[in-house]
Design a protein around this ligand. Structure first.
Ligand code: APR
Length: 238
């Protein structure tokens, strides 16, 4: 791992256009479970039953229970060292932008600024019918929409089968296409279209994960915990 980290630090030092893409593995060290690791969320709950628009329409009580629990579990979360390292690398000019699949908001809390929240943000509540914004409390209290009256408040996240926010996705793709380095951290790359990002860059591709990448051929693969690996990269760079 050390040699690959040294190799990575060298190419980062000689680039000024790195884009980072993160997944749920970036948040597990902040005590937010991921989805597909052995104790991930989708081993406890079938995503089709809670994380789809059909679930919202056909079984709102279960949909509401699932996302209320996720919101409450995020009440006291804090960024870990790895989030702060990414914010510092952006501040020092090494990172151009950060595209995340995570809905926790931890990257922004740690100080990253140029962020693309590709799957939205769980704290942004809206009415699924008329799109009026609402507060988390109104969602948790199962209030009806105060504009159209419907019982359809939902978190502003991308459910399976929904489109990604168009402008966010297009800007993230443009940055990846123009990047000299794409660093992919803590994602199993199972979900389209974000799992196409490694094919979109002409630059070097880097994979930081607890497991080997499957079905991809990254230029550099570092097997380790995101927080530890990012801290080692920072020590070599700054
Ligand atoms: N450090 C590095 N990698 C980690 C760590 C860690 N501390 N913890 C977990 N991982 C890795 C796992 O090995 C796995 O490859 O992170 C990856 C997490 O994969 P998933 O659970 O599939 O999460 P993700 O890839 O972000 O899922 C994408 O699927 O359910 C949807 O919308 C949801 O955004 C999510 C999307």
């Amino acid at each position: 791992m050390k040699d690959n980290i040294k190799k990575l630090a060298h190419i980062i030092k000689n680039s000024n256009n790195m884009v980072v893409m993160t997944g749920a593995g970036m948040d597990t060290e902040s005590n937010i479970p991921d989805f597909r690791s052995k104790d991930g969320l989708w081993y406890k709950m079938d995503p089709a039953k809670v994380a789809t628009v059909e679930a919202l329409h056909q079984n709102y009580p279960l949909f509401h229970e699932f996302y209320s629990a996720r919101i409450k579990n995020m009440d006291n979360i804090t960024p870990h060292e790895g989030h702060y390292v990414l914010a510092e690398l952006e501040e020092k000019g090494y990172i151009k932008s950060l595209a995340t699949q995570n809905i926790s908001g931890l990257h922004a809390m740690a100080g990253s600024r140029n962020i693309y929240e590709l799957h939205g943000n769980i704290r942004e509540i809206r009415c699924n019918e008329c799109h009026t914004s609402h507060s988390i409390e109104e969602f948790l209290d199962k209030k009806n929409c105060n504009n159209c009256g419907k019982n359809a408040l939902r978190p502003g996240i991308v459910l399976f089968g929904e489109m990604l926010p168009t402008n966010t996705w297009q800007r993230a793709m443009r940055d990846v296409e123009n990047s000299e380095i794409l660093m992919v951290i803590g994602t199993s790359l199972q979900v389209y279209p974000v799992n196409q990002m490694p094919y979109m860059t002409r630059g070097k591709t880097v994979y930081i994960n607890m497991e080997q990448a499957r079905g991809y051929d990254f230029d550099i693969e570092i097997i380790g915990r995101a927080g530890e690996v990012l801290t080692e990269i920072k020590e070599m760079l700054l």
